[in-house]
Design a protein around this ligand. Structure first.
Ligand code: FAD
Length: 323
């Protein structure tokens, strides 16, 4: 076979030759952030502490702790945030949902964050309780747009000129949105109301995110839109979660993870490869900040960060939380 008969192979060889890994960062200035969920038991607390300890040396731009819709994890989230703040030198962001809460309840959560030294809030509407379509309450914020405006005002009144606000974005369109355009308009309105950046729902079809980024830029959104990367810790769980969020799982992923339920080591290797490849493609298109949904499990995220070219910074681990 002559080279001319196999253009796809030549193209692959070209691409591999241009690939900068593993000795140098995939792109100069790669930044990462990590999302944790609040632990419910002492054992889970130790697991989160270990996760933070493992990932802290990678010097994330920030780490964030999720918050149950309707305030269901208020104390646990606050405790996890407090602990990460006091026991590590990580820049900690607290998530906050407004569904099911009055404005004054929201203000009191935010004040607790401020007292803990938190200066970054991930502001979300949250999902309504099962069986309801709205979930907002009398005296509460009716959308994330209103929440962002309220937070920005609250921060200004507290004299915090360094308050960062992040919001959610949906490359595959939020399942409750009236249309893709309405969803994009909503994102723009959240940013115009005072948010600094958007963090995306996780996705597996990288082209979908790249098209969404193009559409957002065309719509006049200039704020950073950070892709949410979900390394596949457990395929069955993630498939269920993806269905609820309207995140598509491409056929090739079903095939890749098929029959690996009893082969956790192989599954981990496959999962790291998939997530690293996704980041590599995004980086090729100029993306340089990746937000990892860690599921409080550090290994996969650490492996992908390593492939991205990140290396532990000496001393950063010393400050990490102790279990
Ligand atoms: P909005 O910006 O208000 O809405 C997004 C889109 O969905 C808009 O198009 C809007 O019109 C439409 N929409 C949403 N809900 C409704 C509704 N009830 N009626 C009509 N239209 C609606 N959830 C948590 O509970 N805790 C968390 O910590 C958390 N963290 C998240 C982090 C990220 C990065 C992301 C992307 C999501 C997170 N979520 C979390 C999920 C989020 O709360 C849900 O997706 C929620 O349904 C929408 O929140 P939002 O702030 O994006 O809402």
């Amino acid at each position: 076979m002559t080279p001319g008969n196999r253009p796809h192979l030549d193209e692959t060889a070209d691409r591999l030759a241009r690939r900068p890994w593993p000795a140098t960062p995939l792109r100069p200035g790669v930044r990462v952030s990590f999302e944790f969920f609040p632990p419910a038991t002492e054992k889970a607390e130790a697991k989160l502490a270990n996760c933070a300890e493992q990932l802290a040396p990678l010097s994330p731009a920030f780490v964030s702790v999720t918050y149950g819709a309707g305030g269901t994890t208020r104390d646990r989230t606050q405790n996890a945030v407090e602990r990460l703040r006091t026991e590590t030198d990580l820049n900690v962001a607290g998530h906050l949902t407004c569904v099911g809460s009055t404005k004054s309840e929201v203000a009191s959560v935010v004040d607790d964050y401020f007292v803990s030294g938190v200066r970054h809030v991930v502001a979300l509407r949250g999902d309504p309780p099962e069986g309801e379509t709205d979930g907002t309450v009398e005296g509460g914020y009716r959308s994330a747009i209103e929440l962002v405006a309220g937070l920005r005002k609250h921060g200004d009144e507290a004299g915090l000129d360094d308050l960062q606000i992040s919001v959610g974005a949906y490359p595959e369109v939020h399942p409750r949105a009236a249309s893709a355009q309405a969803d994009l308009d909503n994102l723009k309105a959240k940013l115009d109301a005072g948010a600094d950046r958007a963090i995306s729902q996780f996705f597996f079809d990288t082209d979908v995110f790249l098209r969404f980024l193009d559409a957002a830029r065309t719509a006049g959104i200039s704020a950073p839109i950070v892709p949410g990367i979900m390394p596949v810790t457990n395929f069955a769980n993630i498939a269920r979660f993806a269905e609820r969020c309207a995140t598509a799982i491409p056929e090739w992923m079903h095939s890749l993870f098929a029959d690996l339920d009893d082969a956790p080591e192989v599954r981990q290797l496959v999962a790291a490869t998939v997530a690293a490849e996704q980041c590599r493609r995004l980086a090729e298109h100029g993306v340089n900040h990746f937000h990892f949904y860690t599921m409080n499990q550090p290994e996969l995220t650490a492996a992908v960060c390593r492939i991205l070219g990140l290396r532990p910074v000496a001393g950063a681990a010393d400050e990490a939380v102790s279990a």
